[in-house]
Design a protein around this ligand. Structure first.
Ligand code: SAM
Length: 308
């Protein structure tokens, strides 16, 4: 977006709004959204793990609730549009149930076609004692039809060896890679929003903006509309508006709604700090941080000579 461009943040759905931040349940907002009007629906629903904003349900009840919302999201999707459902694990007495496995039949039975199951890998989170700590979640990306919009160029990433050339054949000597960069693949290494992330708010599990920017830039055109039924603190709308798209969503918690509106306004005023796309993941060793020295290893070195 052009910085300082005036934007309009509505509280009820109107296709002309730059952003709609609806305070209330997603099914209520969806009821006011016309059929086939959204190019992208992207969201991270509650995982039913007892976070402060959700009531833990029996898994069957959770499935039925999700089915109702997903069907409504499919109704509002344009024929060449996309639906991206980002989920982690449901945990029951220490046993994990990957939510994408549970929810997949809903999308399949509705006739959607899965294009990628993107692995979002991050380094930080709870440390588990009786299993390996969870360090990825997934994004299930579906289209309604085979003739879908997809533009790889704005989301290409740098090649490992951009200076590599063809060594034989008619193109010998020419650079072999695409100068715009390579396909980012389906494993995305993007830091999650923990305490010292520049985008951190009070929300316990907000999206990093760059995760959604990649989807917005590859799956939508400028001025298209993007929808997030479980909006949280408005990250999906930020990623959309930042790139001249429109963003609409609903959130039940008043405090998150307030923060979402503030963040969108800050973006429009050029005051919102976000982690830029494709910034390499921070390497504490490379940065020369002293905390990466293990004191017990230093001791071992000093003890060794005494053994001989
Ligand atoms: C996993 S969080 C999404 C966070 C979001 N991606 C962000 O970047 O802030 C799920 C959100 O859905 C909200 N929520 C739960 N039930 C809802 C409903 N029926 N309608 C709308 N929002 C709901 C919760 O309050 C929570 O903020």
């Amino acid at each position: 977006m052009t910085v300082f461009e005036p934007i309009f943040i509505g509280t009820e759905f109107n296709p002309a709004n730059t952003a709609t931040v609806y305070k209330g349940g997603c099914l209520d907002l969806l009821a006011s959204v016309p059929d086939e009007s959204m190019q992208l629906v992207v969201t991270s629903p509650p995982y039913n793990i007892g976070k402060e904003y959700e009531k833990r349900l029996h898994i069957n009840e959770y499935f039925e609730q999700q089915r109702e919302v997903i069907h409504e999201c499919i109704r509002v999707l344009r024929p060449d549009g996309h639906l991206c459902w980002q989920v982690g694990n449901y945990v029951d007495k220490g046993s994990i149930l990957p939510l994408d496995m549970i929810l997949y039949p809903i999308f399949r039975d509705a006739g959607l076609k899965m294009r990628n199951r993107i692995i979002w890998h991050f380094e930080h989170g709870l440390h588990c004692r009786r299993r390996f700590s969870g360090r990825y979640e997934t994004i299930l990306w579906f289209t309604k039809e085979d003739n879908y919009y997809f533009d790889l160029d704005p989301v290409r990433v740098q090649q490992k060896y951009p200076g590599k050339r063809h060594f034989k054949g008619p193109r010998a000597g020419q650079y072999s890679c695409n100068p715009l960069g390579k396909n980012p693949g389906d494993v995305w290494i993007i830091p999650n929003v923990k305490s010292n992330h520049v985008e951190k708010t009070i929300h316990p599990c907000q999206f990093p903006v760059e995760l959604i920017e990649r989807l917005v830039l590859s799956l939508t055109r400028p001025h298209d509309s993007v929808f997030d039924p479980f909006l949280g603190v408005g990250t999906t709308i930020l990623a959309a508006v930042k790139h001249d798209r429109k963003g609409h969503g609903s959130e039940v918690v008043s405090e998150y709604v307030k923060i979402a509106k503030e963040r969108i306004q800050k973006l429009a005023d050029g005051r919102l700090r976000t982690r830029p796309m494709n910034t390499p993941v921070f390497d504490p060793k490379g940065a020369g941080q002293k905390l990466t020295n293990a004191p017990w290893l230093r001791e071992e070195v000093s003890i060794e000579p005494r053994l001989f």
